[in-house]
Design a protein around this ligand. Structure first.
Ligand code: ZN
Length: 238
């Protein structure tokens, strides 16, 4: 292989490693973010349950107050009925008493329904709180994992960057900047082998004349299709 290209192949190996670690690092928070999203929706559900709970607790207090008031009114009417003079007064009072009793009975029914709902809401809130605590715990553990793995990757990336700097010194500056330019444009791969007449990176055929030039390993050529720096891959026959 052309000696300058051989250095670039080494450089590319390092760059691809750096790239891999950077991608892994970038994907680290994925699970954390998913848990966080779940947590937010659980918190929203809990808040909704709490709102409903305080709404029906208010309703319960209202009904109890009405019940109390009506019960007092009932007592008064029942007291009054023994001292009424006319039949008409008696009938009217009796009607009132019945209506109060009927209304209070339906208040009692509603109270029972409300109390059942309160109990089940309290259960649901309790369960939701447990889930929230669990999610928070998972997030904390995940945070720790991200920090640890992130630090490990930073160490590896730092070491590779040091290698990269050293190898870069061995490359002509203009060739290095060409390499960097192609690498950034072509998904991290700037140097490609040509095997069986085709560029291994883009799979396009190389003109035979160019291939013959490549075999001489004198100059550095680029793939006519993807513009990567190319070299002829020679299979060792043992
Ligand atoms: Zn190509």
């Amino acid at each position: 292989m052309n000696p300058e290209l051989a250095i670039l192949v080494r450089l590319q190996g390092i760059d691809l490693e750096i790239r891999k670690f950077n991608q892994q690092k970038a994907s680290l928070p994925r699970r954390f973010n998913a848990i966080q999203e779940q947590l937010l929706s659980k918190e929203a559900e809990r808040d909704k349950l709490k709102d409903r709970l305080s709404e029906i607790q208010k309703r319960k207090v209202d009904i109890e107050d009405e019940f109390e008031l009506e019960n007092t009114r009932l007592g008064k009417s029942q007291k009054k009925i023994s001292s009424v003079k006319t039949n008409r007064e008696y009938t009217a009072l009796q009607k009132e008493i019945n209506e109060i009793k009927k209304a209070n009975t339906s208040r009692e029914d509603e109270l029972l329904v409300i109390m059942e709902e309160i109990a089940s809401l309290q259960e649901e809130i309790k369960a939701k709180k447990k889930e929230i605590t669990q999610s928070r715990r998972e997030m904390k553990a995940e945070q720790k994992r991200i920090e640890e793995l992130g630090a490990e990757m930073d160490t590896k990336i730092a070491a590779l960057t040091k290698d990269r700097d050293a190898v870069s010194q061995e490359v002509r500056p203009d060739l290095l900047s060409k390499y960097n330019f192609i690498k950034d444009k072509r998904g991290g791969v700037a140097v490609a082998a040509v095997s069986e007449g085709a560029c291994c990176a883009c799979n396009m055929n190389i003109p035979p004349q160019l291939y013959n030039e490549l075999l001489k390993e004198e100059k550095i050529f680029t793939c006519p299709s993807c513009q990567r720096l190319i070299y002829a891959l020679k299979v060792d026959k043992k």
